[in-house]
Design a protein around this ligand. Structure first.
Ligand code: AMP
Ligand code: MG
Length: 407
């Protein structure tokens, strides 16, 4: 049978998924949100020439290699305008100045207090009448000039990036209190299977804890969406249908399900989606995770992940994460891969694109974390990487190089 390649499946999903709307959001809550518009600086940064040191503002031409004593005519604190009867430094004059304080007119440099004869330092000390310096000071020394970091009109943050702490700081410097960001996409999550019980329910015969709901909810949230938990559907057509319809009432942007998309006698998810929507594809040439369905349910993009916990995790990383990121407004680009060296031989007997659980050590050598059964979540927990073995490759000897996603 001709299975869809991983890359083609990824492309088909991204084609059908579009960024949600945008809004203005208060800066204090904007960390980790996705910027929806380019941000231009309205002002120069710094906005005025200021001192980068505690010291004395001078005219550089007044200084020389030999000893010079200057009259201290002003004392300028950070936040103060250099006034108090003083307009500009004349020849032979200096002003005491603190870090971040505006440079007075006439001055073009600052000499740090440590390089003067004024030895009293610390809080509450008043400025001296005179100050002596013994070296030439260059124009611009210890001055942060207006506009040397950013010019008014420049684009400083491009849209479609996730805002980091340093970005938030810069927006504050620029006086931007309300930030244009994308809304959080709403992603509905449904598990299915008669064997599943919630994490806090006792296990009776034949039952297992529903782990996919918890792991997938964490993955979806981490990718940047709000998770709408639909719960667990019984393996019945009507149960699946009624929970999927609840997703529509809750105005979601995407539906993610796990299990029920294989060829089992009780795999109703695929069927229910096909009846009220359409499937774009439902099999991909990969391991783990061949039974992966994608389509739309009553117009909402639908991603049907396999039920086995490792398959659900890996297929979300391969297909779901990019889809959620695109919904969230992020620029979509391939996840970075790192070249690692195999510490043991690996095999991928059916030649599908394989994602193997491994530990990569500090020297970049990769070893598998135990058997690769798609129900063995513990081997994924122990792993810090997924090795990616391309389609068509059935084995690789120890010592060869493969690509990996570091997790
Ligand atoms: P299915 O796709 O329904 O055939 O499920 C494949 C395997 O995944 C079965 O062993 C299920 O018990 C298991 N499975 C399905 N859903 C979950 C879930 N939410 N949590 C843990 N295991 C699951
Ligand atoms: Mg099932």
């Amino acid at each position: 049978m001709n299975l869809l390649s991983v890359q083609e499946a990824q492309e088909r999903i991204l084609q059908k998924v579009h960024p949600v709307g945008q809004t203005k959001f208060p800066l204090e809550h904007a960390a980790r949100r996705v910027l929806a518009e380019d941000i231009r600086a309205a002002t120069d940064l710094p906005t005025f020439d200021n001192s980068s040191m505690d010291g004395f503002a001078v005219r550089s031409q007044d200084t020389s290699a030999s000893r010079v004593t200057l009259a201290v005519v002003a004392d300028i604190a950070a936040g103060a305008a250099p006034t108090r009867g003083f307009t500009r430094l004349a020849a032979g004059e200096a002003a005491r100045i603190m870090t971040g304080a505006p440079l007075p007119e006439g001055a073009d440099a600052v000499i740090p207090v440590e390089e003067t004869d004024f030895s009293e330092r610390g809080a509450g000390i008043s400025a001296p009448k005179m100050v002596t310096i013994t070296r030439a000071v260059k124009a611009g020394e210890n001055v942060r000039g207006r506009g040397t970091d950013i010019r008014a009109g420049e684009i400083v943050l491009a849209k479609r990036r996730r805002l980091r702490a340093q970005d938030i700081g810069l927006l504050a410097m620029l006086g931007i209190a309300d930030v244009p960001v994308y809304n959080l996409p709403r992603v509905a999550l449904l598990s299915s299977g008669d064997e599943l019980v919630p994490v806090d329910a006792p296990l009776t015969e034949g039952k297992i804890h529903d782990s996919n709901t918890y792991a997938l909810a964490a993955q979806i949230a981490e990718a940047g969406a709000e998770v709408i938990r639909l719960g667990v559907a019984k393996d019945e057509r009507a149960a699946v249908e009624s929970l999927l319809n609840r997703a529509l009432e809750m105005d979601v942007d995407m539906i993610v399900t796990s299990a029920g998309v294989s060829v089992g006698a009780f795999d109703f998810v695929k069927e229910v989606v096909e009846a009220a929507g359409s499937l774009n594809f439902w099999r991909v040439n990969m391991r783990p995770g061949k039974p992966l369905a994608f389509g739309e349910y009553r117009g909402i993009p639908f991603v049907g992940l396999p039920g086995n916990p490792v398959s659900a995790f890996v297929t979300f990383e391969v297909f779901g994460r990019g889809a959620v990121e695109k919904l969230a407004g992020l620029e979509t680009r391939p996840r970075p891969r790192t070249a690692v060296r195999l510490g043991e031989a690996i095999s991928s007997p059916d030649g599908r694109e394989s994602y193997l659980r491994a530990v990569v050590d500090e020297a970049g050598v990769a070893r598998l974390t135990g058997h690769q059964g798609s129900g063995n979540l513990f081997s994924l927990v122990q792993a810090n990487a997924l090795l990616i073995i391309p389609a068509g490759v059935k084995s690789r000897p120890a010592g060869s190089e493969v690509e990996a996603w570091l997790m």
